[in-house]
Write a new protein. Structure first.
Length: 330
């Protein structure tokens, strides 16, 4: 979005709540994407959903009242998304939700609550897929089909910047969602599944701070064929997803990146917010049962991913959104 605003000479300021505060999960992304430092940083950090969101609401409101922007853009499904949308709409400031209309239909996920509430308070809804537009329509909301800004970012990345130190073949794993890390038995089943898979192919596990905090002993005493590493920057992660034989994840974003980079994926969850990837045969939902995970992984590694019929647009979503904001508000 920032690049699109620059191209169209749209003045903007970036507000970073600090919800993602770890260097590798936050600062490194700004650096690797060539973005300037955020204009505002709240430093909220980790806390309960209520306390974290409350701190964001207060901090965002203070900044919006001082700056008085004509429009606020919120993205995705985080607590920051929800707080930004609520703060703006209550101050009478136009607000648009990027990645609107996405649904997993699993209300146990905090992210699903954030998506639904944000969509129902925002003024404008920028949808990544036709499915998202249809789902919003069922809720009485008119969405604007723009395509997915994540696809824009991938297309704008130079191939020479996508490097990593790991020799293929390997499987790349990300596990951090509350449904998999707040229930120890569920995580242990996933871990046993990874051990079975690693007997066939090396597994690389960039451990999210949430996961490392909850299971330090398990991750520190990993088998030799599972490499537990620190989280990596955005470009490094893209390179690893691109070169992996398979992605195993519970992340919505990583599911989508795997599809767009042509890498088969298994998602260790009961539902997904990206059914488009499942319908394309590029992604499979699997239970946490170790044998089921192993069998699904071995089967998916032989799948060829065809993205010629790409549901995520043409790579110009950011320009489409920026043009709408310019023509409507400036």
């Amino acid at each position: 979005m920032v690049r699109a605003f620059r191209e169209m000479n749209i003045p903007y300021k970036v507000l970073h709540t600090g919800q993602h505060y770890d260097y590798t999960m936050s600062d490194l992304h700004f650096t690797s994407l060539g973005m300037e430092e955020p204009h505002f940083y709240l430093g909220i950090g980790s806390d309960s959903h209520a306390r974290q969101t409350a701190g964001m609401l207060q901090g965002i409101e203070d900044i919006l009242m001082k700056e008085r922007p004509v429009f606020v853009v919120v993205y995705g499904d985080t607590n920051s998304t929800l707080a930004g949308a609520l703060s703006a709409v209550k101050l009478g400031i136009g607000v648009g939700h990027v990645e609107a209309g996405v649904r997993s239909f699993d209300r146990r996920m905090p992210e699903e609550i954030n998506r639904v509430v944000a969509d129902h308070v925002c003024d404008h809804h920028f949808c990544p897929t036709t499915n998202a537009v249809s789902l919003l329509k069922r809720e009485g909301i008119d969405g604007i089909l723009t395509g997915d800004v994540m696809y824009d970012a991938i297309l704008q990345t130079r191939p020479e910047d996508l490097v990593h130190p790991h020799e293929p073949p390997f499987v790349i794993v990300t596990i951090h969602r509350a449904e998999n890390t707040d229930v120890p038995e569920r995580f242990m089943d996933i871990w046993e599944g990874l051990k079975l898979i690693s007997r066939r192919i090396p597994v690389i596990f960039p451990a999210h701070p949430r996961t490392r905090h909850r299971f330090p002993h398990i991750l520190e005493n990993h088998p030799e064929c599972i490499r537990v590493i620190d989280p990596v920057g955005y470009l490094t992660m893209l390179a690893m997803v691109r070169d992996a034989s398979l992605v195993i994840t519970d992340s919505g974003g990583v599911q989508k990146e795997a599809f767009l980079l042509g890498t088969p994926c298994i998602t260790v969850r009961d539902t997904t917010e990206w059914p488009e990837t499942v319908q394309a045969g590029a992604n499979r939902l699997v239970a946490t049962d170790p044998s089921t995970m192993r069998d699904a992984a071995l089967a998916m590694m032989d799948v060829h991913i065809d993205i010629s019929d790409n549901p995520f647009g043409n790579g110009k979503a950011s320009l489409s959104i920026a043009a709408f904001i310019r023509d409507t508000y400036l």
